[in-house]
Design a protein. Structure first.
Length: 347
């Protein structure tokens, strides 16, 4: 309780800067948004800011953020109407789309791959070629990294089982220990997890290939039918998120405090509030680093070449037998409205 109150007071200065008056809760439409992760993490900070600063309320919306066991569950829930939106990476959606699922991505956030390999900075592995004959650790052999790792190492003609092996080392400290003790030569998870390890003093060298680097990660998606019927809602949702992420870029500390206020369950036990904010600032900065604005394009832009890179790597790693034209799977048509100033609703 003391933590929540203290963080609320710390955030007050930011919210007093001009957070707009919110609509009565009864007037807000609640939409469900699924994240393909086991627990809430910093990628939801822009949503926390969007709620705290009233950006969502200005759009007449309230977001019920839920976690799901992977992107395939997110897709299933959206297609059967149990959820309206999700923020998965593209791979499972491409497979579903090839099989006839009517899905639509409409706002890109991470615009480069958040799944490089990590090796110890002072260790013997300097290049991808050095991983020949080595073991690479994954938090799960069913995770998307099972494929991204193969694609990265294929760039130096290293093949799974012939030249390297992948092992399940779990998540958290167990994974870091496996790398530090030499049980594995490299770790394959995501940059948010790496940043958390760096908060504990770990120092990494990151390895990735040119083929995988442009493959974006988390992105906003719904069903094609729902988007057609609820275009204004989707625009408002993405606009609130976009404003939230811009706030996070300008006022990182206030952003983290909003995150902890909205998701108090993420506060680590036994850590002071000051240290918790400091640690999370590093992770937030890494998250935002992987979401740069495309040169000459609006926030949320999908580069067609990035989608081609996704399909090429999926075929190369056996996730698909043949390429698919993904032009119907995403749209940039909403971005002008998403990046425009909101029209305040009548109170």
């Amino acid at each position: 309780m003391k933590r929540t109150v203290a963080l609320s007071l710390l955030l007050a200065a930011a919210t007093a800067l001009g957070a707009p008056a919110t609509m009565a809760q009864a007037q807000l439409k609640t939409v469900i948004l699924l994240q393909p992760v086991p627990q809430i993490d910093i990628r939801n900070a822009p949503w926390a800011v969007a709620e705290e600063m009233g950006y969502l309320a200005e759009e007449g919306l309230k977001v019920d953020i839920r976690t799901a066991k992977g992107a395939s569950v997110v897709i299933q829930q959206i297609l059967n109407g149990s959820a309206q939106y999700g923020m998965p990476p593209p791979e499972n959606a491409v497979v579903a789309y090839q099989k006839g699922a009517a899905l639509k991505f409409f706002y890109a956030f991470t615009s480069k791959s958040p799944f490089p390999l990590a090796v110890m900075a002072d260790g013997p592995i300097k290049t991808l070629a050095d991983l020949k004959g080595k073991a690479i650790g994954l938090h799960s052999l069913t995770a998307v990294q099972f494929y991204t790792t193969q694609a990265i190492l294929d760039s130096v003609d290293l093949k799974l089982d012939r030249d390297f092996k992948m092992v399940d080392v779990g998540a958290g400290i167990a994974a870091l220990k496996a790398l530090e003790t030499g049980q594995i030569a490299a770790l394959s998870t995501n940059v948010l997890n790496y940043a958390g390890f760096e908060n504990r003093g770990a120092k990494f060298r990151y390895l990735i290939s040119p083929q995988v680097a442009p493959i974006f990660g988390w992105s906003m998606m719904t069903s094609a039918d729902y988007l057609e019927k609820n275009r204004a809602e989707a625009v408002g949702l993405a606009r609130a998120f976009n404003r939230g992420q811009l706030f996070c870029r300008e006022k990182t500390e206030a952003c983290v405090k909003a995150y902890y206020k909205r998701f108090p369950e993420t506060l680590p036990p036994g850590v002071s509030e000051e240290q918790a904010v400091k640690d999370q600032l590093r992770i937030l900065e890494v998250f935002l680093e992987y979401a740069p604005k495309a040169e000459g394009q609006p926030w949320g832009y999908y580069d067609p070449k990035a989608w081609t890179a996704v399909v090429d790597y999926m075929v190369a790693t056996g996730q698909m037998e043949k390429p698919v034209d993904t032009t119907g799977l995403y749209t940039n048509d909403l971005l002008a409205d998403i990046n425009a100033a909101p029209k305040t609703k009548t109170q």
